[in-house]
Structure formats: structure tokens, C-alpha cells
Design a protein around this ligand. Structure first.
Ligand SMILES: Cc1cc2nc3c(=O)[nH]c(=O)nc-3n(C[C@H](O)[C@H](O)[C@H](O)COP(=O)(O)OP(=O)(O)OC[C@H]3O[C@@H](n4cnc5c(N)ncnc54)[C@H](O)[C@@H]3O)c2cc1C
Length: 327
């Protein structure tokens, strides 16, 4: 028999982990699965040994009192620190980063949860009144309620592989959601970069949309930079050799006088296929009760970025709690 108060959460990013925390605090048995080797999803950092670089979200801001309450606790626990109040002239609004790096918040939340890392789901089906998820190793997970926080195309692939058909209106709404891709280049340098204080330039252009100095930011003991390409450049070079993409972006950074090419030591390039939503769903979560209780959440729901994902995860968890009596 499946526990009526059990839930399976796909994704150990900020949306999935905050949802899991909220459901657990309210008496749910919660299992979180993520294909990544670590937790955090797009709040990601990588070791360049030596050196470190955040290669997904670079910082986050807070606008809502609900998220501010969480962030205040993380500030007290030193899991989060204020990086700066703006880039260039600055607008006085705090930009926070994880401490020691962006994955810190997820690692902290995961400590009190059951999280199966390096567990890639291949299909999710509905059978005998509960959800059943299969992994690449064939290990099944089952639960009464399901919360999907992966980027929507990935969530829909899982359901379709398991033969789950969603109500037409929900399907249409989910298919409207679109994402932009982004190449992230992480490079270790043999000498400090010339990126101005506080260690980043928010270019918002092409081919470089963002460049950061992780040493100035305070997350790396060696000079390392993170470059994010704009969506146009990324689409243009999507399937090209990663080392070529890295070279093009580093050459552009050198041309802008942010670093010296001869100081580039180690380079890693990551392709985020679903980096940031370009078309959002107009509500914080989408819930369907057919074939079973299922909520979708993440940064594509109402508000993008880390705060939007966090609030969406909480809204989805709240919805599952509300409908639990009718399971
Ligand atoms: C390059 C880049 C720069 C960004 N910069 C910023 C920024 O500066 N500030 C900001 O606020 N936001 C930024 N963002 C956006 C921010 O990172 C996201 O909005 C937020 O982290 C999304 O959280 P989430 O929980 O919705 O999704 P995710 O963090 O993507 O979590 C979803 C999880 O689902 C897992 N998953 C997917 N498929 C499967 C499967 N089949 N089986 C198991 N697990 C699966 C994934 O591994 C992932 O961990 C940036 C994002 C990127 C990529």
C-alpha cells in the first residue's frame, strides 16, 4: 500500500528542495530524486582544482517577504552572504551568493531530506492509484503525489515515456513554456583578471551576456572567471565543439580587456540547454488531478530566476497539501 501522504519530487534544485522541506514539515513522506551528482540544479558550482567557479546562477535577489524570511535564516547560518549592491554604478539592491559557493543553499536543505542523487529517471507512469518512476538502473520509486520541477520539456518527456496523458488544457499551457540555452565557460587564470570590482560585468549582450571573477566574488582561492554567452550566440553554436566555443568566448573577453588570453590555464565549457525561461506560465504552479495528483513547479512559473523557482516550489507544495484530503 502506498502511503497517502507520500510524495515523489523530481529535481533537487531550489524549487524541489524547498517544496520537499515544506511538505516534510507538514507530515508528508518525501523522496527527492535528481540525475545530478550533486544537488542544486542550476544553482551550480564546479571545482577547477585548484580554484572554483559558479557556472549556473551567479547571485540572487529577494523581493518577496516569504523568500526574505528564508534568506534571513541562511544569512544567520552563513550559508548565504551578500556579494554586492549592484554592478557598474549599482542600484543599492542586495545581490546574494551561496557560501562557500552557489550550491550551499541546496546542500543545506538536502541535509534534512531523503535525496537520491545521480538518479536519472527515464519514465513516470500511473498504476494502481499511485505514481511509479523508473530510473536508468531500473530502480522504481512510488508515491501518491508527484511534483515535477525539471525544465518542462524534460518533465513532459518523462510522462510521455510512461504513457501518462495530461488534460488537454494543461498540456497546451505547458507546451507554451519556452527556455533559452546558455553556454557557460569556466577558466582558471595564472594571474588575476581585469574585471572591475565587485568582480562582474552584467553585459546583457551578445556574444557575452555576463562575465564574473570568482576570486573577487570570494568563492575561489585562485583566479577563475565564468563567462555566460547570450542566447543568440548559444543557439548559433549549440552543437559545435565545446573547446571551440570556449575559445571564441575567451577571445571576446580578452578583446574587451577583461582578461589576458596568455593567462588562461584550464578551461571547461558547460551547455545549459534550458538555462532560463523565455516564455513563462502565468501562475506559480500548475496542478492536475488526472490521472493522479501532479504539480509542476520551477522557474518557468510566474517569475523566473532563483526567487521565482523557490516561490513556485512552495506554492506547489502548498497545493499538494490542500488537495491531500481528496487523494
Ligand atoms: C547560466 C545561468 C545563469 C543564471 N543566472 C541567474 C542569476 O544570476 N540569478 C538568478 O536568480 N537566477 C539565475 N539563473 C536561473 C536560476 O539558476 C534558476 O531559475 C533556478 O536555479 C531554477 O531552479 P529550479 O529548481 O526551478 O530548476 P533546476 O535548478 O534546474 O532543478 C531541476 C532539477 O531537475 C533535475 N532533473 C531533470 N531531469 C531529470 C530526470 N530525468 N531525472 C532526475 N532529475 C532530473 C535536474 O538535474 C535539476 O537538478 C541562471 C541560470 C543559468 C543556467
Amino acid at each position: 500500500m502506498t502511503n497517502k501522504k507520500s510524495s515523489l519530487i523530481v529535481g533537487a534544485g531550489i524549487a524541489g528542495l524547498l517544496a520537499a522541506t515544506h511538505l516534510k514539515e507538514n507530515g508528508f513522506e518525501v523522496t527527492v530524486v535528481d540525475k545530478g551528482r550533486g544537488v542544486g540544479g542550476r544553482m551550480a558550482s564546479r571545482r577547477l582544482n585548484p580554484g572554483r567557479a559558479d557556472h549556473g546562477a551567479q547571485f540572487f535577489t529577494v523581493r518577496s517577504p516569504i523568500f526574505q524570511d528564508y534568506v534571513n535564516k541562511w544569512l544567520d547560518q552563513k550559508i548565504v552572504v551578500e556579494w554586492t549592491r549592484g554592478f557598474g554604478s549599482g542600484d543599492g539592491h542586495p545581490r546574494y551568493r551561496g557560501a562557500p559557493a552557489m550550491t550551499a543553499v541546496a546542500k543545506h536543505l538536502a541535509q534534512s531530506l531523503t535525496v537520491h542523487k545521480a538518479t536519472r529517471l527515464t519514465k513516470i507512469s500511473w498504476a494502481d492509484n499511485h505514481w511509479v518512476a523508473q530510473t536508468t538502473e531500473g530502480q522504481p520509486f512510488s508515491a501518491a503525489a508527484l511534483l515535477l520541477t525539471a525544465p518542462i520539456p524534460q518533465s513532459l518527456t518523462l510522462l510521455s515515456a510512461g504513457g501518462v496523458y495530461l488534460p488537454e488544457q494543461a498540456m497546451r499551457a505547458l507546451k507554451r513554456i519556452k527556455y533559452d540555452p546558455c553556454f557557460a565557460v569556466m577558466a582558471r587564470l595564472t594571474q588575476p583578471s581585469t574585471i572591475p570590482a565587485p568582480g562582474a560585468v552584467q553585459v546583457r549582450s551578445e556574444p557575452i551576456a555576463w562575465i564574473a571573477d570568482n576570486q573577487q566574488k570570494g568563492i575561489s582561492d585562485k583566479p577563475t572567471v565564468t563567462i555566460h554567452a547570450g542566447p543568440h550566440f548559444t543557439r548559433q553554436h549549440l552543437d559545435e565543439d565545446r573547446s571551440k566555443v570556449g575559445r571564441l568566448l575567451l577571445e571576446e573577453a580578452a578583446a574587451q580587456n577583461w582578461l589576458d588570453l596568455s593567462a588562461v590555464d584550464t578551461v571547461q565549457v558547460h551547455r545549459w540547454l534550458y538555462a532560463q525561461p523565455a516564455v513563462l506560465h502565468p501562475e506559480r504552479t500548475l496542478f492536475v488531478n488526472s490521472p493522479g495528483p501532479l504539480a509542476f513547479a520551477g522557474d518557468a512559473f510566474l517569475e523566473s530566476r532563483v526567487e521565482g523557482a523557490a516561490l513556485s516550489g512552495l506554492a506547489a507544495a502548498e497545493k499538494l497539501l490542500q488537495v491531500n484530503d481528496s487523494f
